[in-house]
Design a protein around this ligand. Structure first.
Ligand SMILES: Cc1cc2nc3c(=O)[nH]c(=O)nc-3n(C[C@H](O)[C@H](O)[C@H](O)COP(=O)(O)OP(=O)(O)OC[C@H]3O[C@@H](n4cnc5c(N)ncnc54)[C@H](O)[C@@H]3O)c2cc1C
Length: 383
């Protein structure tokens, strides 16, 4: 990595150590009480100011939006650092929606949604999943019908993150009688639009909150159609790839933290007159963890390099999502086991890391579906 990019990575590592890690006790305390883990306004405000001050903003946004347009390889390293902490924070603006908007907006939408989003003056959510179609979004039934000068959306979405607070939500809906991917179109629905109702908040593992949302004759103007009619699936996939790679890097960061905890405890703790670090069982966990993390980092670098060359990395992203989440699940579990009773207290972040990675095996596509996608791609190329 070039020196200037290494300096940015070091800056992010310091930000994680000095600004995010100190918030962990408060985050863990909220988890013990069963509360939402998201940062409070009082916690988030100073962090955002610090990010602006340090230039840690719009890291993967283009310069015309005030961003740094960092190479994907650097962006991976930054997300690995962020993954080391259980304090829920991403450098604004959250990347997946940024990339979907970049791929779809017209001039008007650019001014109205993308620019405020990139500046951090607006927040967004995405509504794809439905009660009958989650891992297989092409089965969605939410519909949009053309009406005088606009569109009317009817349907139900579920498991939608951030939608309660978001200034706008990208809503995927079906147009016409197309089957599967055909007809799927993206719309921007602003907070408070009549007919757009949040009907339920759903507490999830790791302090996540998702929401069930109903669209009942929800009318949006033509100007809020995002991209082309019936061409919503591809930019939605692009968005999913961005998050899947990010999840891979977060898992690597979590694994690093768990391995560090495992090693320092194993060196100190003596049982039957011998440090745990001298036991083969523990050594093999450490060796396997280090080996898998090395493989995962190389997978991320490979995918990021291909992304920089504008190659299609959908299959690589699926591989990373599967490998990294399973790797982190195992390493965190071994760290918990090495630390004994201490490993399963709610005072340490390990249990929260275990919950976070458990949830990651479901969202942005469950592991089994990614394996199906990878196998399909391999079989297609096989003679
Ligand atoms: C914390 C969290 C946040 C989320 N945020 C959002 C959001 O912001 N916006 C949004 O639109 N959605 C969101 N989701 C939804 C998420 O994307 C879906 O839950 C996910 O895609 C799985 O869909 P499903 O729950 O309907 O499971 P299903 O598709 O019903 O699958 C259930 C299980 O069946 C098995 N399975 C399914 N298909 C296959 C197959 N082909 N081969 C083998 N096994 C299979 C898998 O084990 C899978 O886990 C979120 C989910 C979570 C947990």
């Amino acid at each position: 990595m070039a020196e200037e990019f290494r300096m940015i990575q070091d800056l992010v590592a310091k930000f994680v150590d000095n600004e995010l890690m100190p918030l962990e006790p408060a985050v863990l305390a909220r988890e013990i009480k069963g509360e939402k883990l998201a940062l409070t306004k009082e916690e988030e405000g100073p962090l955002l100011r610090k990010c602006k001050e340090l230039g840690l903003w719009g890291l993967d946004a283009p310069p015309e939006l005030g961003g740094m347009n960092l190479p994907a390889t650097v962006w991976m390293a930054i997300n690995e650092e962020l993954g080391r902490t259980v304090t829920p924070f991403v450098f604004p603006p959250d990347s997946p929606n940024l990339h979907m908007l970049l791929a779809t907006v017209d001039d008007n939408q650019r001014r109205k949604y993308l620019e405020p989003y990139a500046r951090g003056d607006a927040t967004g959510a995405i509504a794809i999943s439905e009660p009958g179609a989650g891992g297989d979004p092409a089965g969605m039934t939410t519909r949009a019908e053309k009406d005088d000068g606009g569109w009317v959306i009817n349907g139900r979405k579920i498991w939608i993150s951030r939608v309660a607070a978001a200034d706008f939500t990208i809503v995927m809906a079906r147009i016409g009688s197309g089957k599967r991917h055909e007809g799927i179109t993206a719309f921007i629905v602003e907070k408070g639009t009549p007919g757009f109702e949040i009907v339920r908040e759903i507490p999830m593992l790791a302090g996540h909150r998702t929401y069930e949302v109903v669209f009942e004759n929800c009318r949006v103007p033509e100007a809020q159609l995002l991209g082309r009619v019936g061409a919503g699936f591809a930019p939605m996939q692009l968005r999913l790839v961005v998050r899947r790679l990010q999840i891979g890097a977060w898992c690597l960061g979590m694994s690093r933290r768990a391995l560090d905890m495992m090693c320092s405890h194993a060196k100190l703790r003596v049982t039957f007159g011998v440090p745990l670090a001298d036991r083969q069982a523990i050594q093999w966990w450490i060796a396997d963890a280090a080996t898998k993390m090395h493989a995962c980092r190389l997978m991320l670098l490979d995918a990021a390099t291909k992304q920089e060359q504008k190659q299609d990395v959908r299959t690589e992203a699926s591989m990373i999502k599967v490998y990294a989440t399973e790797m982190a699940t195992e390493i965190i579990d071994h760290a918990m086991q090495t630390l004994g009773a201490m490993g399963v207290t709610k005072e340490l972040p390990l249990h929260l890391m275990a919950q976070k990675v458990r949830v990651m095996r479901v969202y942005e596509g469950p592991t089994e579906i990614h394996r199906m996608v990878i196998a399909r791609s391999v079989l297609k190329g096989a003679r």
